[in-house]
Ligand binder design. Sequence first.
Ligand code: SF4
Ligand code: SF4
Length: 58
Amino acid sequence: MTVEINRGLCCYCGGCTSVCPVAALTLKETRIEWDKDKCIHCGACELVCPVGAIKVKR
Ligand code: SF4
Ligand code: SF4
C-alpha cells in the first residue's frame, strides 16, 4: 500500500496534514511529505483533499 500525492494538483491547503490521525503527512514549502512508516492507510487524507491530489493505493 502507498499514498500518492499529485504535486501538480496540490494547492497546499494543509487539509490532509490536519486530518491525518497519525501525523504521517507534513506540509513543506513546496510539497507534502508522506511518512510510510507512520501511515495506517485510513484514507482520511484522500477524502478530505478538495482537489483529488492524494490517493491511497490499496
Ligand atoms: S491514509 Fe490516513 S494515515 Fe495515511 S497519510 Fe492518509 S490520513 Fe494519514
Ligand atoms: S489536502 Fe490535497 S490540496 Fe490540500 S495539502 Fe493535502 S494533497 Fe494538497
